[in-house]
Design a binder for this molecule. Structure first.
Ligand SMILES: Cc1ncc(COP(=O)(O)O)c(C=O)c1O
Length: 458
């Protein structure tokens, strides 16, 4: 673990349950929230408790129950709750200034320099950085940059993709519910099949999946009768996040890069969930030596303070003043946190630990799969790992209801673990990268026991 990460951040002996979950005080908080806050909330349907504080990879609710956190605020807390280097950076900044639009501060300059120093491949020293606020905002700006530079309207996204929910970018997010119930449109977005090895057509040999997908994309781009207006960008997650922690075959991203090069189409790589060390490299695209033209960064970069960034080729910078303008571009607290987080994560020893512990995690998931019938697939890279739950291994019917039951049972036992996937049937690991070995093993035991019990009941 890095010099800057103490050997123990979390509370010892978690989980510690003092009351039934949710406890009485949590219930009071939840009642008030239900009365006053929008019904559009999602996560409070899954994790019914109220939080007092977090420490490392543990969370303490208002009733004093201690949970193991494999959720990380949806993959935001790669260094866990209250990492000393991050807290120190935020505290120092807090004493200076908390908001000043665009004007340089020490925190901003440090962030720019540190981010530049860790950019993948040819991006380092050769890119411009645009400050944005959320993941959706970064992806929205990335798509605008692609269209502006290519002067073409259509963006190819993928089945299973998630790039955020907001008026424009929701078009790149594949689940139509997010558009239709909000009256949004998906104009000028089309979807290519994501190479999802576990559920790709049985007719295609595993080694031909990427080729088939890329040929489909070539048709979309090149065929004047494809019905698609000219393609001005491709946006892709190097490992799909919300779609199910889907790891595409290794030849997919390089082939996509080649297609983009051949047609002068900007390749946008969305590292919002897969970046900042989650996979055991700073960026997931580094595994395949693919350099994006435009890259989206968010979630873990701010350590819980909403900041995001778009990094793009210098020659794409002929943009007019006030292109994608906003008041909150680069909050100083978030930028101070961001530079501190990058400094910890960039340490090769820190990343190597994520890679080796990630292999261990996947091996343990594989053992659980081998011994049970309801885990259909396990996959991942580093600490971005998931187990896909099925009703039947033979016909792979998605075990959506089972997965919801597993999440609920885990929560009641003191382990926060969330789902993802096309059918909401993948259990994913989003714990802080700093999680201690004992909490990893304790969580795995609870997970294994819960899968076995769920299988017996189903
Ligand atoms: C890959 C990816 N892109 C974009 C987003 C959108 O981020 P936000 O929720 O901050 O708008 C997400 C959120 O989960 C994501 O996983």
């Amino acid at each position: 673990m890095s010099m800057q990460t103490p050997s123990r951040l979390s509370i010892e002996n978690a989980p510690i349950l003092k009351t039934k979950v949710p406890g009485p005080k949590s219930m009071e908080f939840l009642d008030i929230q239900d009365t006053l806050e929008t019904s559009s909330r999602s996560y409070t349907n899954f994790f019914k408790f109220a939080i007092d504080y977090g420490k490392g990879s543990t969370l303490v609710d208002v009733d004093g129950n201690v949970f193991i956190d494999w959720f990380g605020g949806v993959s935001v807390l790669n260094l866990g709750h209250g990492h000393p280097a991050v807290m120190q950076a935020i505290r120092t900044q807090l004493e200076k200034i908390t908001h000043i639009t665009e004007v340089p501060t020490e925190a901003r300059i440090r962030y720019l320099k540190t981010l530049n120093s860790v950019l993948p491949g040819k991006m380092k020293d050769n890119s411009k950085i645009m400050m944005t606020v959320t993941g959706a905002d970064a992806c929205e700006a990335a798509v605008s940059l692609a269209r502006f530079n290519s002067k073409k309207p259509t963006i190819i996204s993928f089945t299973g993709s998630y790039h955020g929910i907001a008026g424009g970018i929701v078009g790149a997010t594949s689940n139509y519910h997010y558009r239709d119930y909000a009256g949004f449109s998906s104009q000028n977005y089309v979807y290519a099949p994501y190479p999802y090895p576990y559920r790709f057509s049985k007719k295609t040999k595993k080694e031909d999946i990427s080729k088939e997908v890329v040929e489909r994309i070539e048709d979309m781009i090149g065929d004047p009768y494809s019905g698609i207006p000219p393609v001005g960008g491709i946006i892709v997650e190097p490992i799909q996040g919300e779609g199910g922690y889907i790891v595409p075959p290794d030849d997919f991203l390089p082939m996509l890069r080649e297609t983009c090069d051949n047609h002068s189409i900007p390749l946008i790589i969305d590292e919002v969930q897969s970046g900042i060390g989650r996979t055991g490299k700073m960026w997931a695209s580094e595994y395949l030596n693919v350099t994006p033209d435009i890259m989206c960064i968010s979630k873990s970069i701010g350590g819980g303070i909403p900041i995001s960034s778009v990094v793009y080729r210098k020659d794409f910078d002929q943009v007019p003043k006030a292109f994608h303008l906003g008041t909150y571009r680069g909050n100083p607290l978030g930028l101070a946190a961001g530079a501190a987080i990058l400094d910890v994560v960039k340490d090769e020893k820190f990343l190597e630990r994520v890679r080796s512990k990630g292999r261990y995690l996947l091996d343990r998931f594989q053992e659980i799969k081998d011994q049970t019938e309801i885990v259909g697939d396990v996959r991942g890279r580093g600490y971005m790992a998931a187990a896909e739950i099925v009703n039947s291994r033979n016909d792979k019917t998605p075990g959506t209801e089972l997965t919801g039951n597993i999440r609920e049972a885990l929560f009641r036992k003191g382990l926060l673990m969330h789902t993802c996937g096309h059918y909401g049937n993948a259990m994913r690991f989003m714990a802080p990268l700093t999680i201690e070995d004992d909490l990893l093993d304790k969580g795995l035991s609870i997970f294994e026991e819960t899968i076995r019990k769920t299988e017996v009941r189903s």
